[in-house]
Ligand binder design. Structure first.
Ligand code: ATP
Ligand code: MG
Length: 262
């Protein structure tokens, strides 16, 4: 909650590289923030619907999704919102329907602000709104950046991951210029870290060298418990509450709270 305005802080989890841990981080950071007593809304902004599926939602049976919210005959956001199994954490779900949004929005005035308009009515109900972006710098992703206070970049601990960050930085710069001057880089979270591997340690050191204190101290280890938890349709904080992975996302949540001053 933004102390001055009583509005949720909106965070986009963004990286145009695929499979780096955006969705896993959205679910588990969200659940860890909710565990801390904060009210959290997760937004599935990827037509793959992995965030929704990872929380146990039957994505093919959804009647209303984010797609409907961004369209012209938008229903009330309350009709789209779902409760999750995690107390204080809600979800705006998506499925493949969302892939039509790009085509429908493209000729509209204010097309980059559709998500901001959709979220506006609930901003005062949550402390954090986390948006899971798709792996491209699409109009959907620009919508997330246009309404976000800040971006968290999950970065797989692998050498080639560094390359893509310059492109993401350029996009953020453009969004700042044209759409959302308040957009911040909140931080970079290194995922799939394996401390036994020299390669992992070298990449991590290099990320810190380049991005300094933008890199969260907490790193997320590579463990099969994350894919296992998504198959179970639960965050790791409830599926394996005393696992290292759960503790790492709890530590990340504390860093995120400390940096955003809540
Ligand atoms: N720390 C981790 N250790 C091991 N596996 C992980 C970890 N984080 C995520 N995974 C697994 O790696 C795969 C990709 O993760 P995830 O879906 O979170 O990435 P993503 O960036 O959202 O991918 P996409 O770009 O396709 O949306 C998933 O199968 C997930 O379960
Ligand atoms: Mg994803």
């Amino acid at each position: 909650m933004d102390v001055a305005t009583g509005q949720a802080q909106i965070v986009a989890l963004c990286n145009q590289k695929g499979g780096v841990g955006k969705t896993t981080s959205t679910i588990n950071l969200g659940a860890a923030l909710a565990e801390q007593g904060l009210r959290v809304l997760l937004v599935d902004l990827d037509p793959q619907g992995a965030l929704s599926a990872g929380l146990g939602v039957a994505v093919n049976e959804l009647e209303l999704t984010v797609y409907d919210l961004l369209g012209k005959s938008a229903p009330s956001i309350d009709d789209v919102l779902l409760r999750t199994g995690v107390e204080r954490m809600d979800l705006l779900p998506s499925n493949i329907d969302l892939s039509a949004t790009e085509i429908q929005l493209v000729n509209e005035v204010g097309r980059e602000q559709a998500l901001r308009r959709a979220l506006d009515p609930v901003r005062d109900r949550y402390d954090y709104i986390l948006i899971d972006c798709q792996p491209s710098l699409s109009l959907l992703t620009v919508n997330a950046l246009a309404c976000a206070d800040g971006v968290i970049i999950p970065m797989e601990c692998e050498f080639f991951s560094l390359r893509g960050l310059a492109l993401l930085n350029d996009t953020m710069e453009k969004v700042r210029d044209r759409l959302n001057p308040a957009l911040n880089l909140f931080g970079i979270v290194v995922t799939m870290y394996d401390r036994r591997l020299l390669h992992s340690r070298q990449v991590q050191a290099r990320v810190v060298e380049v991005f300094g204190d933008k890199v969260y101290d907490t790193m997320i280890s590579r463990t099969v418990r994350f894919p296992d938890a998504s198959i179970a349709g639960e965050p790791i904080t409830s599926w394996a509450p005393s696992s290292t992975g759960a503790d790492q996302y709890r530590a990340l949540a504390k860093e995120v709270i400390a940096r955003s001053g809540r």
